[in-house]
Design a protein around this ligand. Structure first.
Ligand code: FPP
Length: 249
């Protein structure tokens, strides 16, 4: 029987690709009378735990929503804190990620970023590009509608250059023009903090993803929470539009 996307996940223990909307840092801090920045700092600790756990659990791709294209509308002081955390995360954690055989990839708009941030992103990708362990995809300055718009521009350029006929544009052409064309769609998308929406995250890639919404705030997320979300994923039937029920376990 030829392998289909559905037969691939049937009997496959861990989801191949998990994507996470790390939400609730601010509310975590507010609930404790702490500044929002403290919530973000604790969010970075949760991220470290989660990257380790994902590797241990045999997940191949982990995508994290670290800064959305819409986050620029936050107060300048909070944006400054988030940029500072990213700088520190790359400076302090990159060597450890590299030692752990993690490959870092970045999706999102690079144009307009502060030059040192843009350089750090390139450094993280370059240093780890030969690693074949967990692939950590950091969605930074990322919005899915913006990503799809970028893809539309790239396709138009190919058409205008005479390299592509309009009738030859397929779904594969679109995928090929997304930010990480070779990365398979997420099997499981987790959002913390109880909010139940995608907020412009991976809209194209999420077409058949299972969504798991976790009530706790991101700074409290840990290995047990990841395992619980994966257990819930395994209960789901994934049919990919077909008729035969397939589960993720
Ligand atoms: C959502 O919490 C989280 C973010 C906007 C950013 C996520 C960032 C981190 C986990 C730390 C930074 C990590 C890197 C690698 C840069 P929120 O502020 O929206 O919380 P709220 O909805 O409770 O206000």
């Amino acid at each position: 029987m030829p392998e289909t996307e559905a037969s691939r996940v049937a009997g496959y223990a861990p989801p191949r690709h998990v994507a996470i909307i790390m939400d609730g840092n601010g509310r975590w801090a507010a609930a404790r009378g702490l500044p929002r920045g403290e919530g973000h700092r604790r969010g970075v600790e949760a991220l470290r735990r989660t990257v380790r756990a994902a590797g241990d659990l045999g997940i191949k791709y982990l995508t994290i929503f670290s800064f959305s294209a819409e986050n620029w509308s936050r107060p300048a002081s909070e944006i400054g804190e988030l940029m500072g955390l990213l700088r520190r995360f790359i400076r302090n954690d990159l060597a450890e990620l590299h030692r752990s055989n993690v490959r870092v990839r970045i999706i999102g708009e690079r144009q307009g970023l502060e030059p040192d941030i843009a350089r750090l992103l390139i450094e993280a990708e370059d240093l780890t590009k030969g690693n074949d362990g967990l692939i950590l995809i950091v969605a930074f300055n990322y919005g899915a509608r913006q990503e799809i718009t970028r893809a539309a521009r790239r396709i138009s350029e190919r058409v205008l250059a005479g390299a592509l006929a309009v009738d030859d544009i397929t779904m594969e052409t679109v995928v090929d023009c997304l930010d990480a064309p070779d990365v398979p769609d997420p099997d499981l998308i987790i959002r913390t903090s109880g909010e139940q929406r995608l907020s412009n995250f991976l809209l194209w890639q999420a077409a058949y993803s299972e969504l798991v919404f976790v009530p706790s705030y991101w700074p409290d997320f840990d290995r047990a929470a990841l395992e619980a979300a994966i257990d819930e994923y395994r209960q789901r039937e994934r049919r990919f539009g077909g008729l035969i029920a397939k589960t993720g376990s």
